[in-house]
Design a protein around this ligand. Structure first.
Ligand SMILES: Nc1nc2c(ncn2[C@@H]2O[C@H](COP(=O)(O)OP(=O)(O)OP(=O)(O)O)[C@@H](O)[C@H]2O)c(=O)[nH]1
Ligand SMILES: [Mg+2]
Length: 368
């Protein structure tokens, strides 16, 4: 089997490969990962190369024992695939939920380390005793603490899940439309959402998997509404066609309803990086999220699609301001605009609502 050892420089939350050494190895299950000669020359190379602050072993999981032996021999931190992925996720996690997910993913790692440490203690003759008359050994105490930690994280995650569910059902009740922006990693989703919503808290990054969380933003579409998928493509990327296939494949596996698939809007992003963009596909919207080009057209197309696919109406309703009509509309529909006529004590309200909500409105205020 071939395994790769890749030297890495870790700059806070950014990994840069500085050196790549291919080594022939035995299977990682064997106690020794490298042959003796290979191991010596690799050790020399690592110790002599300036700038190596960590080594990535391209194996799924290193045993805690191998990890410690390699770290002692090389004098730097050693990561396997599992710990690298955890590290990338930890650097990118911003919301409470993402952080909790990572803590949960760390538990098996902590568990296997714990076993190894206790086995070590045993080897050194420090056989663990029962602690403080509790009838538990040291290993059992630690295992119990880990179990408790795991339960705590799981219950915190469950709480967040319930809260999100509530938010979603509240939004549904108010009939707030939802636009889902999706696309291959690094295609410009965060940049586009930022440009459309003016949310300055968002940070687009030239980095894979920068965004791990589902994010929700209050967008300013021409009529504040949607229930639609927007597929963003980096049209400047040499692999753009494969990326599109990949995304469509994922959607297929997610079994997205036909209605959403057929109304999906395809956006060609990063046209500023292309010399002369050709409008080959008429249904596609070319934009530059970065330079904020083509966004008005996109907003219009989104609004049109929503009206088509969800049957929501934009209505101008005349309301009597001495009645609860206006507050009902604020609560049950999406109010766009209110033009008050002070002399008449009335207002014309531009509102978006479903056929069902409109029916309720007419019934409720029929006599007013
Ligand atoms: N030139 C150019 N660069 C863009 C455009 N849109 C986004 N980018 C850049 O592309 C990189 C990725 O943008 P993001 O918005 O973080 O992409 P993303 O799809 O959210 O990426 P992940 O969250 O990692 O999946 C950043 O460096 C952006 O500045 C664009 O229209 N033109
Ligand atoms: Mg992103």
């Amino acid at each position: 089997m071939m395994a790769e050892a890749v030297g890495l420089v870790n700059t806070l939350d950014n990994w840069r490969v500085v050196d790549k050494i291919i080594m022939s190895t035995k299977t990682p299950e064997k106690k020794r990962i490298f042959g003796k000669g290979n191991f010596q020359s690799l050790t020399e190379k690592i110790r002599q190369t300036a700038g190596i602050t960590a080594v990535f072993m391209n194996v799924q999981r290193l045993s805690p024992l191998s990890e410690r032996e390699l770290e002692e021999a090389w004098g730097v931190k050693v990561f396997d695939r599992y710990s690298v992925v955890l590290h990338i996720f930890r650097c990118n996690a911003r919301t409470k939920e993402a952080k909790l997910q990572i803590s949960l993913a760390e538990i098996p790692l902590l568990r296997s380390r714990l076993k190894n440490e206790v086995a070590n203690l045993d080897q050194q003759g420090g056989r663990t005793r029962y602690i403080g008359g509790s009838g538990e050994t040291l290993l059992e105490v630690h295992q119990r603490l880990l179990k408790e930690r795991e339960m705590k994280i799981r219950s915190a995650l469950e709480k967040l899940r319930r809260k999100r569910h509530l938010l979603r059902s509240q939004r549904k009740h108010k009939e707030f439309p939802v636009v889902s922006v999706l696309g291959y990693t690094n295609c410009g989703k965060t940049t586009l959402i930022k440009a459309l919503t003016g949310d300055s808290g968002l940070q687009p990054k030239n980095q894979l998997f920068a965004t791990l969380d589902v994010t929700v933003h209050a967008g300013q579409l021409p009529s504040h509404m949607t229930d639609l998928l927007v597929h963003v493509r980096d049209i400047s990327h040499p692999e753009t066609v494969n990326q599109k296939m990949n995304v469509l494949n994922v959607l297929k596996n997610l079994q997205i309803p036909d209605r959403l698939m057929s109304s999906m809007i395809e956006v060609h992003n990063k046209i500023d990086l292309i010399d002369s963009y050709q409008f080959t596909e008429p249904s596609v919207l070319p934009i530059s999220a970065l330079e904020e080009r083509g966004l008005d057209e996109l907003k219009k197309a989104v609004e049109e699609e929503i009206l088509n696919s969800t049957g929501k109406h934009i209505l101008d309703l005349k309301v009597d301001l001495s009645t609860p009509q206006l507050s009902w509309l604020y609560k049950e529909a999406t109010v766009q605009d209110v033009q008050v006529n002070a002399d008449e004590g009335s207002a014309v309200v531009k509102v978006i609502m479903s056929t069902a909500a409109y029916g309720r409105y007419k019934k409720l205020f029929a006599g007013w």
